[in-house]
Design a protein around this ligand. Structure first.
Ligand code: C2E
Ligand code: CA
Ligand code: CA
Ligand code: CA
Length: 278
């Protein structure tokens, strides 16, 4: 899982010992990362397919270590979950993302939703709702401009989850199901859980023109979402052909390299004005 060749932890050491010691080194680094200010949040635009306008951004966290360089979340998030460090890290990300969204609004940009990834360990915290409420209050961001991206594993994990979702929903926070269709979940939760949006995983988007079955899955997910009065967003949109397919199938929103990679907050400015689809 070596990404961009930038860090030393992406390869599998032949000896177990080496692998364990790498993991320990990584863990020690991760423990210091928050206090050393090594995390940064990038933002990726989400576009309304009908209007071509920016309607949201997803916060994607990066760990930039002074010696090891950029470490991808695919590597440090699982370790953060395992060690519990995801709790302070996740809280920092949520605060940062909400504060950034409020800052954009203060600069006079049209308000957009800020989507933040929440790991199940975070969501299961008994005080999770209080944390969210507290952060919204401190940053001054209205709840309707926050969206939490949850995975299907959260739903399977606990009974507590459903009441947490209802409370967040009552507050006005949006909820979406991330990586929809990859979690082997029963679909019945869709009728009882207060969800706003399904997010089609990039694994499906990528294969629209490669595997007819993926194309069928994508259009089935879109139709099902609409029949259930849910919105649907596709991630991993890289080409205009994929976008046109999604447009034809009446997918509501799209996100991916076709529009932009995840970028620093300062670079978001142009996206607030621009029409992203001709
Ligand atoms: P995800 O939530 O499914 O996010 C989508 C991933 O796809 C991101 O990778 C994004 O940079 C990448 N991506 C976006 N558009 C395209 C595209 O057009 N093509 C391709 N090939 N990739 C695209 P990233 O940023 O490396 O994040 C990986 C995963 O790490 C995320 O998957 C999410 O599950 C997790 N993650 C990232 N930040 C956080 C965080 O703050 N908290 C938690 N709990 N998880 C996070
Ligand atoms: Ca996500
Ligand atoms: Ca995904
Ligand atoms: Ca995910």
């Amino acid at each position: 899982v070596k990404e961009q060749g930038k860090n030393d932890f992406g390869f599998y050491a032949p000896e177990m010992d080496e692998e364990i010691s790498k993991k320990m080194t990584l863990e020690i680094g991760l423990r210091k990362a928050l206090q050393n200010n090594e995390f940064t949040v990038l933002y990726q635009p989400q576009i309304n397919i009908d209007t071509g306008k920016l309607i949201g951004v997803e916060a994607l966290t990066r760990w930039i270590h002074p010696e090891w360089g950029t470490i991808s979340p695919a590597e440090f998030i699982p370790l953060a979950e395992e060690t519990g460090l995801i709790l302070p890290i996740g809280e920092w990300v949520l605060y940062e993302a909400c504060a950034q969204n409020k800052a954009w609004q203060n600069e006079g940009h049209s308000p957009v939703r800020m989507a933040v990834n929440i790991s199940s360990r975070q969501f299961q915290q008994l005080n999770f709702v209080d944390t969210v409420r507290d952060i919204l209050q401190k940053t001054g961001l209205a709840p309707m401009y926050l969206e939490l991206e949850l995975t299907e594993s959260i739903i399977q994990d606990s009974l507590h989850a459903i009441s947490t979702m209802h409370t967040l929903k009552e507050m006005g926070v949006h909820l979406s199901i991330d990586d929809f269709g990859t979690g082997y979940s029963s679909l019945s939760y869709l009728k009882t859980f207060p969800i706003d949006t399904l997010k089609i995983d990039q694994a499906f988007t990528r294969n629209i023109f490669i595997d007819q079955k993926d194309a069928s899955l994508v259009s089935t997910i879109i139709n099902m979402a609409h029949n259930l009065e849910l919105k649907v967003i596709a991630e991993g949109v890289e080409t205009s052909e994929q976008l046109h397919f999604l447009q034809q199938k009446r997918c509501n929103e799209a996100q991916g390299y076709f529009f932009s990679r995840p970028i620093p907050a300062e670079e978001m400015n142009s996206f607030f004005q621009q029409q992203m689809i001709a």
